[in-house]
Structures are given as structure tokens and as C-alpha cells.
Design a protein around this ligand. Structure first.
Ligand SMILES: Cc1cc2nc3c(=O)[nH]c(=O)nc-3n(C[C@H](O)[C@H](O)[C@H](O)COP(=O)(O)O)c2cc1C
Length: 205
């Protein structure tokens, strides 16, 4: 498939056929992710592939509990909003596979030579660790299209990040960033129009 076609046809897929994704294919998605650019070529990522149903259910339950614990505000829509978000944060339990993307703290070249902490440099550079995660996640999404799978990027479950890291047995030096749910698409949503170029683009000649 042409890259352009993959970019144009990619959608967030949240409903999947009851069909497992072979481990070889999931490993190929992770291999493609690992080819993304990263800050100082540190390749700070770690991936966890989860296909264990029981663990996926337990993780989704944990996310739901964390959401329930947040007090709703006074608005009349509050309850609806919470249940809608709960679905967006927990539908991964019905995905054939979930890829967790975690990042290790990188050491920037600058911090070796200046009196500034890693955290401050990271903040001033607009979180290049998270930016690196974004690049590798997009590689997964586009490769999934190329391999006839559907995928969805999830950050909502991160509300239960600490608990999820423990449930996955993630080494403490890694920080869980996001999930990508993967499966054979059950349904593909209609294309959403992108905003006009005139609206989003400024050219300085
Ligand atoms: C950083 C990020 C976080 C996202 N988190 C979630 C999420 O937690 N749950 C979900 O269902 N979709 C999530 N999405 C998917 C977006 O909702 C989706 O990309 C957007 O609605 C546009 O639709 P499209 O991907 O089909 O073009 C996330 C996307 C991004 C880029």
C-alpha cells in the first residue's frame, strides 16, 4: 500500500472482529514503531504486547474504578460524560491485542554540560520523550492499516497509569505513555473531514 493511501484511509478503529492477531504481526508493528525518530536517537521506548483476556479485563476494570473515583461536577451532562469517557477508556478490553508504549527517561546532550536539571530541560524542550512516543505510535497506526488491521491510540486509560504499570510488571524506569488497541476491523467509521489548509497553515515567504 502507498504511504499516502495509508495516511488518507487511517481511522481510529474501536470495534474488532473476534479474530486473534498473530504474534508475528504484532511484533512487526512493534518493529515498525522502533524505526521512528527519537530524541538524540536514544530510542527510549519499551513495548508490551498484551493478548491475555483476563489481564485486559482487569486493566479495564481498574481504569473504570479510577474514573468512578473522580467526583462529577454540577453540570447536568456530568453523568453522561463520565460514562462516555469510560467507554473510550476501557473498550480496549474487547480488542484482540493491546500494545502498551512506555518511555525511559533519556539523557540530553545539554544536561551533561549545563547547570539545569533533566526535568527542566525536558520541559523547556517541550517533552521530547513524549514527542518520540508520538512518532512511534503513528508508525504503529499506519503500519496497522498497511497490514489490513485497525488500531486506536488510547491515552484515556492513563488515568490509572501507576496501577496499569504494576499490572503489566513494567520495570520502574519506564513511564507508561499510551496504549494502541489492534485487531481486524469490525466496522470502519466514515471519513472525517480534515480542517482546511487555509485555516491551519501560515506561510512565511
Ligand atoms: C494522543 C491521542 C490520544 C487518544 N486517546 C484516545 C482514547 O483514549 N480513546 C479513544 O477512543 N480514542 C483516543 N484517541 C483517538 C482520537 O479520538 C481520534 O484520533 C480522533 O477522534 C480522530 O479520529 P480518527 O483517528 O479516526 O481520524 C486518541 C488520539 C490521540 C492522538
Amino acid at each position: 500500500m502507498e504511504l499516502k493511501q495509508a495516511i488518507e484511509s487511517r481511522r481510529s478503529i474501536r470495534a474488532y472482529k473476534d479474530q486473534p492477531v498473530p504474534l508475528e504481526d504484532l511484533k512487526e508493528l512493534v518493529r515498525m514503531a522502533s524505526l521512528a525518530p527519537s530524541v538524540a536517537n536514544f530510542q527510549p521506548w519499551k513495548f508490551v504486547i498484551i493478548t491475555n483476556k483476563e489481564l485486559l479485563n482487569d486493566m479495564a476494570r481498574k481504569v473504570a474504578l479510577h474514573l468512578e473515583a473522580i467526583p462529577p461536577n454540577e453540570s447536568r451532562a456530568a453523568q453522561n460524560i463520565k460514562s462516555q469517557v469510560e467507554w473510550f477508556a476501557t473498550f480496549f478490553q474487547d480488542a484482540p491485542a493491546l500494545i502498551a508504549v512506555a518511555m525511559e527517561s533519556y539523557e540530553s546532550v545539554l544536561e551533561k554540560g549545563v547547570e539545569m536539571s533533566h526535568d527542566e530541560i525536558n520541559r523547556k524542550r517541550n517533552f521530547p520523550d513524549i514527542q518520540s512516543a508520538g512518532a512511534c505510535i503513528q508508525n504503529i497506526l499506519l503500519s496497522a492499516v498497511d497490514m489490513n488491521y485497525g488500531a486506536c491510540w488510547l491515552s484515556a486509560p492513563m488515568i490509572a497509569k501507576d496501577a496499569l504499570e504494576k499490572m503489566m510488571g513494567l520495570d520502574e524506569k519506564f513511564n507508561l505513555i499510551a496504549f494502541v488497541a489492534v485487531g481486524v476491523p469490525g466496522s470502519i467509521p466514515a471519513t472525517k473531514p480534515a480542517r482546511d489548509l487555509e485555516e491551519i497553515l501560515k506561510i512565511i515567504d
